[in-house]
Design a protein around this ligand. Sequence first.
Ligand code: FAD
Length: 521
Amino acid sequence: LFLKSFAFTILFLSCIAIRLNLCLSSIPSSLKSIPLEGHLKFDQVSLSHAARDFGNRYQYNPMAVLQPESVSDIVATIRHIWLMGPGSHLTIAARGHGHSLQGQAQAHGGLVINMESLKVPEMQIHVDEGNKSPPYVDVSGGELWINILHETLRYGLAPRSWTDYLHLTVGGTLSNAGVSGQTFRHGPQISNVQQLEIVTGTGEVLNCSAENNGDLFHGVLGGLGQFGIITRARIVLEPAPTMVKWIRVLYSDFTAFTRDQERLISAEKTFDYIEGFVIINRTGLLNNWRLSFNPRDPVQASHFKSDGRTLFCLEMAKYLNVEEIDAANQEVEEHLSRLSYIPSTLFSTEVTFVDFLDRVHISEVKLRSKGLWDVPHPWLNLLIPKSQILNFAQVVFGNILSETSNGPVLIYPVNKSKWDNRTSVVIPEEDIFYLVAFLTSAVPSSNGTDGLEHILSQNKRILEFCERAQLGVKQYLPHYNTQQEWRAHFGPQWETFLLRKSVYDPLAILAPGQRIFQKAI
Ligand code: FAD
C-alpha cells in the first residue's frame, strides 16, 4: 500500500511538472505569434543586457526583449499579455537607456521593451510664425535628450528644462521628473511637456494633454511607468544661446551658501542655471578644478587651502550669445556682487552651450576609460524642505558623511510653484525645497569606506535620521521594498495613484521593477 501511494504521488507530481513545463515552454511560442514589424529577442546577450542598469546592483533576466519598430508593436505585445489574463505571470517593462539605479526598468521573467529602437515619430520641430505660442518638438518616448538637443539646435532652439546628463530617454526622465539647474525657473521636465501619446496596460493608445485625457497625462508624468508607456512626447522649446558663462564660487558658511542660493532662485533677473555641491575633506580640490576652469585669479586661488574642510560650492551659468557678451558680463558682475562667497574662490569659464549641457558625458568618457563607469552606484536622492535644510546639513555633512571623494553630493533649491501638483511625482510641502543627491560610486569588492556595504549603511543612516527627525523629506527616484513604504512615500497622493493603476493597468503588467504593485496571478 505504501509503495502504491508513493508511486501515485510521484506520478501526480510528474504530471504537474509536465503541465507547468508545457505552460512555460508554450509562452515563448505564444509570444512569437504576435504580429510585429520589429522583433523579439530571446538570446542570452540581449536578455543579460536588459537585466543590467546603471545602478549595477540588481540583475533580473527577462524572458524576451522586444525591439519595437512601431507603436503598433507595443500595442500588440501589451494586448497579447493582457489577453492572457491574470493567470499569466508575464509583466512588461519599458526600458529607456537603462540608467535606473535599482532595477526599475527590469522585468524578471517578463518582457522588456527596448524603447530606443522605437524611431517614430521622426523628430519634428514646430514654430508658430505669429509667435503666439512657444515652439515645440514631437519626439519618440525612446529618444535620447542629447539627440533632441542636437536636432533642435539646427533651428536655433532647445528644450528649456534638462537633467545634468543627457544620455537618458524622454520616457525615462518623464517617468520621474527630470531635474537640473534650470528647474528653479522652468520647473522639472514634466512641467515642460504639452502632450503625450500613451499605450496603457490594457493596450489602448491614447493621446493626452492637460485638457484631453488629463488624468492619464498627469498620472504618467512622474508616474514611475505605472500607467502606460510613453510613445510620443511634445516638448516645449525656447531660443537657444550659443555660449554659456559657467561660474563656481565657494563658501565655508552653509547659511550664507543657502541664503545666496535661495535669493538667486527667487530673483526676477538671475542666472539661467543654479546648482551647488558639497565638498568634505577632499584634498587637491583647487588643483583639480583648474583642469576644467580658468580661475580668474590663479595666484590667490593657489593660496586658498581647501584640504580637510567642508566647503559648499555654488555653481551658476548665464546663457549668452557672442554679440551680447559685454551686456551679459555686466549682468553677471551685478549678480555676483550681491553674493557672500569667499572672494578668492571665483572660478569662471566660457564654454559652448552643447559642452555645458553635455558636461557629464565628458566625465563618463574619462571614467569609462578607467573602468570606473560600470561599477555599483548606490545613489540616494532626497527632496528636503527649505526649513529643514540646515538641520539636515548639520547632521549629515557634519556627522554622517566623513568625505565626498566617492562621488559628488549635489545640493540646490527649486521653487515648488513650478511643479504641477496634478502629476504623480511626490515632493515636499514647502514653497522651496532642496534636491540633495549623493551620487556615489562604489569600488567593487572593497570592504573600506569606498565599498558598497559602507556606502549603503551610510545611506541608511541618512534615511533613518530624516525619518527620526521628521524632516518631511521625500525620495527622488524613489526605491522601497514594501507597499507600506510606498504608501508612506505617496502619503495623501496614494489613493489617486492606486485608482489610476486600477484604471490604466488593472492587471499590474507595467514597470514591475519599481516594486510598487505585484501582478495578481
Ligand atoms: P530607464 O532606466 O530605462 O527607465 C526608468 C523607469 O522608467 C523604468 O521604470 C521604466 O520602466 C520607465 N520607462 C522608461 N521608458 C519609459 C517610457 N517610454 N514610458 C513609460 N515608462 C518608461 N535625473 C534627473 O532628474 N536629473 C539628473 O540630473 C539626472 N542625472 C543622472 C545622471 C546619470 C549619470 C544617471 C545614470 C541618471 C541620472 N538621473 C537624473 C536619473 C534619471 O533621470 C533616471 O534614472 C531615468 O529614469 C533614466 O532614464 P532612462 O531612459 O535610462 O530610463
